[in-house]
Design a protein around this ligand. Sequence first.
Ligand code: 5AD
Ligand code: SF4
Length: 479
Amino acid sequence: MLENHGLNKVIDEGRQGEAIILEGGTGSKKLYVESYGCQMNFSDSEVVASIMTKEGYTTTRNIDEADVVLINTCSIRENAETRVRNRLTEFKKRKAEQPNLVVGILGCMAERLKQALLEEEQLVDLVAGPDAYRDLPNLIDEVGTGQRAVNVLLSREETYADISPVRMDQGGVSAFVTITRGCDNMCSFCVVPFTRGRERSRDPLTIVQECKDLFANGYREVTLLGQNVDSYRWNMSSKGVLKDETIPTTNFAQLMEMVALIHPDLRIRFSTSHPKDMTDDVLEMMAKYENICPYIHLPVQSGNSNVLERMNRGYSREWYLERIAAIKRIIPDCAISTDIITGFCGETEEEHQETVSLMREVGYDFAYMFKYSERPKTLAERKFEDDVPEEVKGKRLEEIIALQLKNASAAHKSQVGKIAKVLVEGPSKRSAEHFSGRDGRNSKVVFPKGDSKKGQYVFVKITDYTSATLMGELVNHAN
Ligand code: 5AD
Ligand code: SF4
């Protein structure tokens, strides 16, 4: 493992819109990396940092000393792209003063916009799509010879399985581990299948090894990442690419078990589950191991079956509610979160009200809620009209956010008086005398730190709550 890598979050806009900056390494050339978007992008930036440090780069938080600036981008909604474009315009100004600076764009926007960013807008020197990061050193060399460099080839095999990512959070307790890349689902609103390509699974042995290394380095929590973790499937004879049912395979439940068995003190989380693929064997595996956290992120997107059909989600409201019932049956105290889109093409008020009623019925612990944002080339853009007025989308969004706040408060209220097992992450934002961590259900828990330490499990009696946080008192240490 490499030393001295810090994490700095500069913007926080929820799960899909954070920006992070990496720092560390020992080489002479300086690399500045900024990441936007989903957890997968953060994880990819760690792979990029690993590739570049092997080439003699040191990552830095100080953009003023950088020789190379890379920005890892998100295309999921239009406003994510707008933010990145503004940032690129700032970099362009910097480049005017520092002509040797190399500015590169990575990730989903690189894949989506390809040459346009290089040629029409001349915002960057280098464009690398999500499957082209091994090529970054060559691309930077090309830029050094006065050319503009681009590699946006998508691969059916690349999983960066052999690359040990440079952790953004050295001395941290929680890390992301990518298990699948790409997505084959083609939800009609979503640009991801176009920007991240076909779904492929990573060799389970490399996943287990990475998790073992993390545990040995003091990490106590891994989040297994994929666009649709439930379709994880590794087939020994075909490098996981072909899905031949006659050959023994490792599925997601089995992979989770392999990781859970590394050590009882290594917590396992995962994201994202797809309702159409989430099987009972995954739920049963979660119930079997105490260190697999009782928390499932199960995006519903809409509570109305016709909207779900237009979204090409592959399930109905009834199917989804049956999956929720299965979770509650097999893991009774499991926390559940979701993603919801308001104002998708043709969404009527009645259809929207079905989303509201579904939220009431499920009582989500957390939810990430968005207004529909039409994305170029998606099925929805080609087939349907983006016909729900912006203010109606906004009003519906406000309505579900207000309901979610109530649901989250009610979920937290039900925890008062209980004892939570909390993994200590570090000082709380508000007070040096308090620590903050997460319970298995993924709620943030704040408590007077006593003699507990970062990276330790502690038992906290919950005494108070808000919709976002649980507060409590230290009962004792678990280790
Ligand atoms: N508009 C709004 N939200 C979207 N998402 C994906 N595509 C779009 C879009 N075009 C949301 C979905 C998904 C989450 C990651 O982002 O809810 O689950
Ligand atoms: Fe997009 Fe659907 Fe794939 Fe998620 S499952 S990445 S929403 S296409």
